[in-house]
Design a protein around this ligand. Structure first.
Ligand code: AMP
Length: 398
């Protein structure tokens, strides 16, 4: 894997695709979570410390019709310069004379951030001319935006064409993400347990199919588990159910049997009479839920069974919460599973947490430092585990 660690940036100007798609306060536009800015620091610091100059480009939000102040990357300048302890220059376009001249005037150790790439619709279209314009911003291209590696956009993929093999590479974050995913999917120690949760079976079919080829155990929790109980003929009350996925669920269970993969569903659940933290609560079997009740978290027996399997695992992948963890009364399953993963990691297992809501859960429960790797790229990591080639990765490796 070609990374920034093998290149000396002295005298070079690197154009880095970062993922600065950070949440902003609606009124003040202050950055409310700077994790994505922090994640880019190692790559930026390596380059400027070696005497290189840095041009940063990113998208922010989903602007529809061109420039909009609420999506301007200028809101990122101040917090970024605090984190880097250095001034960050800014230009209000990412292409054209203003941007190219500002880039060319950078001295060693200086940093320029250009305006939101998605203010130009050509970015998401993967437009070649636009990518060629972006390529003028540097003599080395670095991709450190794993979160958009599954998109063939101008700045994530097409731009790579305009640099030779010696002058395009992965940043530290991107390299770490790819290495973590590769380790789990291709070089894992067994037993390998995948824990898949969240709301919808639809979103997770492809990853489940792929994991049937790789994992020893697949734990299924969260709202998606009830479609499986229904498919097996159970009563699930008013729990989440995707009626059009009953056959798929059945097929997945059958395939698992043929392949000798153990699928674990939550035998019991925490049931509620409405989707509300203040609902009436009881526990009960997941395959016999009374009418008017819904499963919003895994129950005690399931927690015990899942915890035992996790404790005996050497590789663990976690994607998706076990219940409605945002509501305190239905968060115990997700917290306990997160803690079980942390404990297994302490005993020597390798654990990767990837996918928006399970990442939010480990952060919420302050366990991010107790697992082996927390992925920053929800959609990209999911597609990686689905076995898809990520265009942003392929473009550098080409
Ligand atoms: P996903 O984005 O598909 O990973 O789903 C995450 C969402 O699923 C979270 O917002 C959870 O609150 C929700 N969720 C998890 N378990 C359940 C459940 N049993 N019923 C309804 N929603 C759930």
């Amino acid at each position: 894997m070609k990374t920034v660690s093998q290149f000396n940036f002295s005298g070079h100007r690197a154009v880095i695709r970062v993922d600065f798609n950070v949440p902003l306060d609606k009124q003040t536009f202050a950055v409310t979570d700077d994790n994505r800015l922090r994640a880019a620091l190692p790559t930026i610091n390596k380059i400027i410390n070696e005497g290189g100059a840095v041009v940063l480009m990113s998208h922010l939000g989903r602007p529809k019709t061109g420039p909009e102040d609420k999506y301007s990357l200028r809101h990122v300048v101040q917090p970024l310069s605090v984190l880097l302890a250095k001034p960050v220059q800014f230009v209000n376009d990412c292409i054209g004379d203003v941007a190219v001249n500002a880039a060319k005037n950078l001295k060693a150790g200086e940093i320029l951030l250009v305006e939101n790439l998605r203010f130009h619709p050509e970015e998401e279209k993967g437009d070649e001319l636009f990518a060629q314009e972006l390529a003028k911003l540097g003599d080395v291209y670095v991709n450190d935006a794993f979160g958009t590696a599954h998109r063939a956009h101008a700045s994530t993929t097409i731009i790579a064409k305009y640099f030779d093999a010696a002058h395009k590479m992965f940043g530290f974050l991107m390299a770490a993400e790819v290495a973590a995913g590769t380790k789990v999917l291709h070089h894992h120690e067994k037993p390998f347990t995948a824990i898949i949760g969240g709301a919808k079976v639809t979103d997770k079919i492809m990853i489940l199919e792929r994991l049937l080829e790789k994992a020893d155990n697949i734990i299924i929790g969260g709202g998606m588990a009830y479609t499986f109980f229904k498919a097996m003929g159970g009563n699930i009350g008013s729990s989440l159910c995707e009626a059009d996925k009953l056959d798929t669920a059945k097929e997945l269970l059958e395939k698992a049997k043929t392949k000798g993969v153990q699928i674990l569903l939550p035998v019991d659940s925490i049931l509620a009479d409405k989707f509300d933290n203040a609902a009436q609560i009881q526990s009960g079997d997941s395959n016999n839920i009374p009418d008017g009740w819904m499963g919003l978290d895994i129950g005690e027996k399931a927690i015990q069974q899942f915890t035992d399997v996790i404790a005996a695992s050497k590789t663990i992948l976690w994607n998706g919460p076990m219940g409605v963890f945002e509501m305190e009364n239905f968060s115990k399953g997700t917290i306990t599973i997160a803690k079980a993963i942390a404990a297994a990691t302490k005993s020597g297992a390798y654990s990767l947490v990837g996918g928006g809501d399970s990442v939010a859960a480990v952060n919420k429960f302050h366990l991010a430092d107790e697992v082996s790797y927390v992925s920053t790229g929800g959609g990209a990591m999911l597609e990686f585990f689905e076995g898809k080639v990520l265009p942003g990765v392929a473009a550098i490796e080409a």
